[in-house]
Ligand binder design. Structure first.
Ligand SMILES: C[S@@+](CC[C@H](N)C(=O)[O-])C[C@H]1O[C@@H](n2cnc3c(N)ncnc32)[C@H](O)[C@@H]1O
Length: 198
């Protein structure tokens, strides 16, 4: 396996010391996406929020700060990511405001219509079956709830075979049942934000 392939594997499912280091780097490198989210998508105080592929946990911390009386859940299928997310959110985890669980997006361990808002940053291009995984996200989202994906465009182009283009992803969201689908691009940073309202 080449060095690039190893790094991609670590980004897809971080593990061990290298994974831990990468998660800390990603916590810093992806922080601008949180600010961008804040500018465009309002998360209401008191919302029940899920961050999928929570990685090093910086988005969970940001969501918790934005939402002082809400509850923030994180899932990630990597044991290392769950460990780092818990460490990053130590106080909120201890007081029960932030809850992090090891789980895959393909089988979210929550009841139907549980969440007001669901976020997924720099992760959807790794999911095993995007069409079915979006159906699973839709299942746990309340009516009127929002699903927000943010990813770098070049990573979407590199990793994905299907649902790469804006019309394709919009069509997927609409076919699953999202009522309103908005796609925004930050051309300066090369970021894409896809929002679906159920
Ligand atoms: C590139 S990291 C991004 C982490 C974090 N969201 C961020 O923006 O810094 C991708 C994360 O998605 C997680 N992930 C990938 N596939 C997943 C899946 N099928 N279910 C749950 N988590 C997944 C990985 O374990 C990893 O922690």
């Amino acid at each position: 396996m080449t060095l690039l392939q190893r790094l991609i594997e670590q980004a897809k499912k971080p593990s061990g010391i290298v994974g831990s280091l990468m998660l800390r780097i990603m916590n810093k490198a992806h922080s601008g996406m949180n600010t961008w989210l804040m500018r465009h998508e309002v998360i209401k105080d008191g919302d029940t929020v899920l961050d999928i592929g929570c990685g090093g946990g910086s988005t969970l911390r940001f969501l918790s700060q934005m939402n002082p009386s809400g509850k923030i859940y994180g899932i990630d299928f990597s044991e290392q990511s769950v460990h780092e997310s818990i460490k990053t959110n130590e106080t909120d985890v201890a007081n029960g405001k932030v809850i992090v669980t090891q789980a895959s997006v393909s089988d979210i361990p929550h009841d139907d219509k549980f969440f007001d808002t669901i976020t997924a940053f720099q992760t959807h291009y790794f999911w095993p079956d995007l069409a079915n995984d979006v159906i699973e996200v839709f299942r746990v989202l309340k009516y009127g709830g929002k699903f927000i994906i943010i990813s770098e465009v070049y990573k979407i182009n590199y990793h994905m075979k299907a649902y790469k283009t804006k019309p394709e992803i919009k069509q997927l969201f609409e076919s699953v049942g999202f009522q309103t689908v908005t796609i925004r691009e930050n051309t300066q940073k090369g970021w894409l934000c896809i929002t679906g309202i159920k």
